[in-house]
Write a protein that binds this ligand. Structure first.
Ligand SMILES: *[C@@H]1O[C@H](CO)[C@@H](O)[C@H](O)[C@H]1NC(C)=O
Ligand SMILES: *[C@@H]1O[C@H](CO)[C@@H](O)[C@H](O)[C@H]1NC(C)=O
Length: 221
């Protein structure tokens, strides 16, 4: 039984380790940003970066002046900014690197569900701090998209889910087949072991009979 339990655990861990891959993560790029302040005391150029909790910092090398709108194409060397998983939000923010401790423009819960507009854009604005617009075509729910230009994207998302569902189906059926096979094997092994023990018992009985000089009479019984 221990063997089957081990196998079951093993299969579960395989299935679970597959799942993060199956959950689609949507790529987010920075579309434009404008900062309204720098947190520098001296007239120095700020080093602005974006970071989500637990991830690496992404520096925005071009953003140096306040009250200037910087727009991006989404293919700059530091893009994409981050990825948003399906339903969970991430805590992200814009910061300014400082010699002592970094200053915060703003930090907020960044969610794929923020991208509700049909143009797949989300603007995060904080008074006196910054105005940043993000682009995430994969985040926009397919339901309320009306313009034709985004139809193909809708299809590819649908296909993505179909592929995901197919992979899940294959993985679960393979593991069920594996489990049944393992159980059958275990049953067979157990039967063989019992037979072997039974035969050994017989041999021992034979030995005792030989020693005691009892004839093969008892075998008839
Ligand atoms: C963070 O940066 C380190 C070193 O530059 C790199 O090895 C690692 O893969 C990066 N992590 C992510 C999530 O990008
Ligand atoms: C923030 O930036 C966006 C895109 O540049 C712009 O449309 C919007 O009007 C700005 N909002 C404010 C409050 O500055």
């Amino acid at each position: 039984m221990a063997r089957v339990r081990r196998l079951l655990l093993f299969l579960c861990s395989i299935i679970l380790s597959c799942f993060p891959v199956l959950i689609p993560a949507a790529v987010v790029t920075l579309d434009s940003i404008e900062i309204f302040t720098t947190h520098e005391w001296l007239p120095m150029k700020p080093a602005v970066y974006f970071r989500c909790n637990g991830e690496n910092r992404t520096f925005l090398p071009d953003v140096k002046e306040k009250h200037v709108v910087y727009t991006f194409k989404g293919v700059e060397s530091w893009q994409p900014l981050t990825e948003l998983p399906g339903i969970k939000c991430k805590r992200c923010g814009f910061y300014e690197k400082d010699a002592l401790s970094d200053d915060t423009f703003d930090e907020w819960e960044f969610c794929a569900s923020d991208f509700t507009k049909p143009d797949s854009k989300y603007t995060h604005f904080k008074d006196k701090e910054l105005n940043a617009t993000f682009l995430c075509p994969e985040c926009t729910p397919h339901g309320n998209v009306s313009d034709n230009s985004s139809r193909p994207k809708e299809d590819s998302t649908g296909m993505h889910w179909a592929v995901t569902a197919a992979i899940i189906a294959v993985v679960s059926s393979v593991s069920i087949v594996g489990l049944v096979a393992a159980y059958k094997y275990w049953q067979k092994r157990k039967r063989q072991q019992e037979q072997a023990r039974f035969l050994r018992l017989f041999e021992e009985t034979d030995d005792i009979e030989d020693e005691l000089g009892i004839g093969p009479l008892s075998h008839v019984v």
